[in-house]
Ligand binder design. Sequence first.
Ligand code: GAP
Length: 515
Amino acid sequence: MATQEETFKKIVAHCKEYGFVFPSSEIYDGLGAVYDYGQNGVEMKNNIKRYWWEAMTLLHENVVGIDAAIFMHPTTWKASGHVDAFNDPLIDNRDSKKRYRADVLIEDQLGKIEEKINKEVEKARKRFGDSFDEAMFRRTNPRVVEHQEKWNALHERYSKAMNAMDLDELKQIILDEEIVCPISGTRNWTDVRQFNLMFSTEMGSTADGAMKIYLRPETAQGIFVNYLNVQKTGRMKIPFGIAQIGKAFRNEIVARQFVFRMREFEQMEMQFFIKPGTELEWFEHWKQFRLRWHKALGLGDEKYRFHDHEKLAHYANAATDIEFLMPFGFKEVEGIHSRTNFDLSQHAKYSGKKIEYFDPELNQSYTPYVIETSIGVDRMFLSVMCSAYKEEQLEGGDSRVVLSLPPVLAPVKACVMPLVRKDGLPEKAREIMDDLKFDFHTAYDEKDSIGKRYRRQDAIGTPFCITVDHDTLNDNCVTVRYRDTMAQDRVPIADLRRMIGEAVDMKSLLQSLAK
Ligand code: GAP
């Protein structure tokens, strides 16, 4: 059995081999934590974005979309707090010259202690079998209790240091815990210092006095600065939401795990503007809706969990993550935040404009509160990929790699194949494809044996293979082979559109959410 790490490596390799994701500018050896989506990846990514966009805007008549520019006035980032506080604590190892996030080094140390505890638990589970009482074991086993006490003490010290952003204390923890650089193996650390994650560039020529501007680190601020525009021109009444999909940029120091942590990535964010005092109700509402959105794809309900934030940003009064079980553990895919009126108030203060809502029912004006839902397209892509990738042993010693993608997200919905490249079969197959291509992304393949062609489509997750044989010319029926079961059916050509449509339809997925 492959370890989770090996499986993840295989998924990354598969993404490249089958045209989903390539390292950026690969011919120049790539660029750290930047990736390009290939011919299949872009189709799947577009399907994810469409699912999100339609679920947010079509299903909610009070949610509308915008597409704001990446470049924004630099004061935006002063007002939002990103210039002063969007920092990571960094530390360098003098021997390896490698740079690390101090918080990640300490969290890895906490993870190592957890691993020790889990190992003890698993050993005991094997030893005691069905009679094993895990809770009791964790409470009473001396080794586990000792590890747990160590974990608690370290966690408390670390949380305190992070809350106060006490950089000296973070360094002291690294020294006290005897954490070594994974490359050099030494403890020759520099001091910890703050590093801002925003990329900056200059707009205009230097002679004119160039202006330092930032590549947006989140799309949300494009929504906040357009709140008044949309509210007024759309005559929106509170509660209402503004949704947006777009690129965001962060100079991540610990960029790892493929498209999970990138320096250029894409977000799908929605800010929902509400009356102050109703935020916890709406927070709960959006939490539940967003979880249903994830689960409706059928990747497995057990792979999701909420992780409520204990440590809240000073302006937030509730926050949770939707985590997905990746091969490297439960990880954040989406954040849902109750941001109070912080952002709108800050923009009002820095711009000098009145940013409020006149509530006709209360006959008074107020600065709306905001519930934000924020999901990374790339993390969503990765969670779908990780749950879809399967290696299967088949009868007769054969094996296959199949992507069991939700059909609605699959890049190609059907592939039409003539059994042989003669006797009028290619022409008939082309005729079928030319008919289906207006409704579905359809491929045509006539090269190699049928078995090899099936494997190629399995590897990119195509739900249907449609084979045209000699009988087709007489009975107008084709053989349909299903990706997941590999079962085959004889189907009239006239039924293909309905059959494929039912399986890949976005509408039925959206309807399941609207219930
Ligand atoms: N406006 C709120 C905000 O940006 P966040 O938790 O920093 O919140 C939201 O980011 C989502 O964006 C995350 O849940 C994740 O899916 C995605 N994301 C954040 N940083 C990322 C990165 N470096 N690479 C890929 N996705 C990222």
